[in-house]
Design a protein. Structure first.
Lengths: 484, 484
């Protein structure tokens, strides 16, 4: 398979918070890798912007360190890195003041594509947006990129949207959810809509249920103060799990284009029913072997915030009535794994006597670790015996067959940042989507708060509270095993 | 994967024509391999019966030679062969006389399963059946096995059935079509009926068409006299291609049991429409590089018998209306290949802009060479580019994943002979099926004879006459490539 990397157009990319954690871990390594792959044109320039007083040479040192630390050694080539650093510039800036803005204005090239990455807390979004306009830095082709958390509830999300809308049109705003940049998420779109084999079966008549799991092994540790005001529902379900649910549940868009796709996702979110009290399981991790309990991490001994949540979600429309979506996400769990499982129904009738070992078809979409997609099918056990059936997984990413390119998938940030430069919003969340997801989230949160419910404790390194297993057991279903 | 070979019950198997070509090439090697695999119990005995005057020791030499010649050396182990030969006995017999029958009667063990393999011309079927009863050799548990050709037309097939019916019940008669014993044919059944993924799509709404190809590289050579009275339609389509068509087209049987399956196959044959004149292409091969023309092989310079035929067949029922089955078979073609291709329709609408290289899903069931089954699906081309789609074949037999057992599939005869001993008729043709297939065949043959049509010549080593390609081209379809 021939690599077909087509360079994007020349651009200026400004990273506010250019010395921060996200910039160092994700944004700069991703840009380096796209540079190395030939996707960044000669005129592509990256300008770090942060409070620290330093010159371009100093920032290049920061960038070089980040690349050396967060890019795999095999790809960290000194010569490539040196050339990448030539693209790097730096401006010391006050987000809430005046320092540096004139300087930044002078460096921008107004005819090129412009992107401003707001890799800072949401409290600064308004200040940055305003100053970009005040100083006439952002032209009509400017795009801004913002990260989660995008609000804390519907009201704050609305306020944030309104703030950005003062200075930017919706088509200029790129709200990142890096789950949407995963290779397998896009392969899911190709598989669903590029084949006659799946879409006709993609409905309540043939699909028994869907599972979405995002499990982490880390606790909240240093982020306790932030996390305790958020919790698993707001921190993970409202954005990541909701986005994945939308891609599975949505109707086929007429085109794989930003508004066509996002219109369909919005319809799904609006079709979500409020969740019944007995279809929610909230948990807090206990102290483990050398690890603190959630309440200790949160610094509030009486915290009622959940570090784990499992939900049975109903999408109330013609396609999905009767086919539940089970979501779960938590911290301090047994394994770090993000996976969607589409479980088909059993054939309505078995014609074989000796069908031991057979079970229903499953499409598993693995986001991490080991991105991939496999389809479990039933075949005849090979050999001279009778008609014995056996279940086997088909690799739908062809990692082996397609060789290196298939296993060496780009990081989500690589794809998403290039999409910003290309002006393609398909894999970014629109404002109304985010608000609709908050409206549903608020309703769920308010219901348990009104009931005064406390999370149940669960063992560190487990699969979460036993109640989450029961949530499926009582429907005669079970979670796919948590493993890496 | 653990091999689970369960021995069959003790048996006496008599092979009439035990020194003949079929016995030496297929039946005896198959029995040796089942012996070697542990499937034949200690009390399983094989009695050759033929005209030649020799003793058991002499016949054992014949058997040993056959095994050495037609079993791959890796499996031809002297020790195993020696033990296999201990099972072998021989009776010199006159099919149309009295010699040997008393002798055979004495050797049979009436309490065991009995099978009589009629590996002789159909002209002798009646004599053998009669004598087996006259001499009280065949008990109520006796089974007889017969090979094609089973008749030449409806009238002769009926006569043959009637002859056998004088002495045997239908449940005692095993009409072999070795295509049904192929591993992949059975895997097709498992895939169709053991998964929720395929059966709902298995209809005119989702399947564009089906292709069945049985191509041979040999000519008719020494069999010219027989073949010239038969032709490709009678010799191949009436039995092999028809059986494969039935397995693809049939409704799901309620059980994978002999009569349930055969009832469904019969319904398909009875739903076949007469074939229009312009939907039949008949051909005769020309002389090739060192090979004679069909007419020379047939010894009749004016022969109108076809050595190639292609047909567009319509199954007139709710499931298949509008989805044609294209059949083709011929001799002296480019490659030796038997394959069924189920071609799905294209998705009704493409949501992707860059869908270069995409085409419809295809399930290909390869019977020879390299038995196997693959499903062509469309996925996203891996890598950092845009949403480019690419077609890739999924191996549905898991030859690699399942290791040796999957690639080392038993020969059709191995399975079918064991099925005879087990008393399982599922993979054998019932009398009414054979008659229905002849009724349809007769109609097609009569129509072209009435029109006085001559076959068109085709190049030796080609894919058959150009007209066969046009048969599909004019429907905007094409044959899958003929390759090994």
């Amino acid at each position: 398979m021939v690599s077909r990397v087509i360079p994007v157009e020349p651009f200026d990319l400004v990273i506010f918070g250019g010395t921060g954690d996200l910039a160092r871990r994700k944004i700069l390594p991703a840009l380096y890798l796209r540079h190395r792959d030939g996707q960044i044109p000669d005129d592509g320039r990256i300008i770090g912007a942060a409070r620290s007083e330093m010159d371009a040479a100093g920032y290049r040192e920061t960038v070089a360190e980040a690349v050396r630390q967060f890019v795999v050694p095999a790809k960290c080539e000194p010569e490539q890195l040196a050339r990448f650093l030539e693209r790097i510039d730096y401006v010391a800036i006050d987000a809430t003041g005046t320092r540096g803005w004139g300087d930044l204005a002078e460096r921008m090239r107004p005819d090129l594509a412009q992107a401003f990455y707001f890799s800072v807390g949401p409290a600064l979004f308004g200040d940055l947006a305003e100053r970009l306009h005040q100083h006439k830095i952002a032209g009509p082709r400017a795009r801004i990129v913002v990260e989660k958390p995008f609000g804390h509830d519907l009201a704050s999300a609305r306020a944030l949207n309104a703030t950005l809308a003062c200075h930017f049109d919706e088509h200029q705003i790129y709200r990142i959810d890096h789950y949407l940049g995963k290779e397998t998420v896009q392969n899911l779109m190709a598989v669903r809509f590029g084949n006659m084999l799946f879409e006709p079966l993609w409905k309540n008549q043939y699909i028994d249920h869907v599972q979405i799991t995002v499990a982490e092994t880390v606790g909240v540790e240093g982020r306790g103060a932030y996390y305790d005001r958020s919790g698993a529902m707001r921190d993970m379900v409202q954005n990541h799990l909701m986005q994945l649910l939308c891609l599975i549940a949505m109707e086929p868009p007429s085109k794989f284009e930003p508004d066509a796709v996002r219109d369909e996702k919005l319809k799904v979110i609006r079709a979500l029913q409020p969740v019944e009290a007995d279809e929610i399981v909230r948990g807090q991790y206990q102290a483990g072997d050398g690890t603190a309990s959630y309440r200790d991490d949160a610094e509030n001994p009486d915290s009622r915030t959940e570090s784990f949540i499992a939900l049975k979600v109903h999408v109330a429309n013609w396609r999905w009535n009767g086919t539940p979506f089970y979501l779960r996400t938590g911290k301090r769990m047994r394994a770090r794994m993000s996976e969607i499982v589409v479980r088909f129904k059993e054939p309505p009738h078995s014609i074989f006597e000796e069908d031991t070992g057979q079970s229903a078809n499953e499409l598993a979409i693995r986001l991490q670790p080991n991105e991939g997609m496999d389809l479990t099918v039933t075949i005849k056990e090979p050999g001279p015996g009778g008609m014995r059936l056996v279940n086997v997984p088909l690799d739908m990413t062809f990692a082996e067959a397609l060789g290196e390119e298939a296993t060496d998938v780009p990081d989500a940030y690589e794809r998403l940042i290039m999409d910003v430069i290309r002006g393609n919003q398909t894999l970014f969340m629109r404002g109304d989507e985010v608000e609709a997801a908050w409206a549903w989230t608020d309703q769920v949160v308010a219901a348990w708060e009104a009931r005064g419910e406390k999370p149940v404790p669960y063992e560190a390194g487990s699969t979460g509270p036993e109640e989450a297993l029961i949530l499926m057991h009582r429907d005669a279903r079970r979670w796919r095993e948590l493993n890496t």
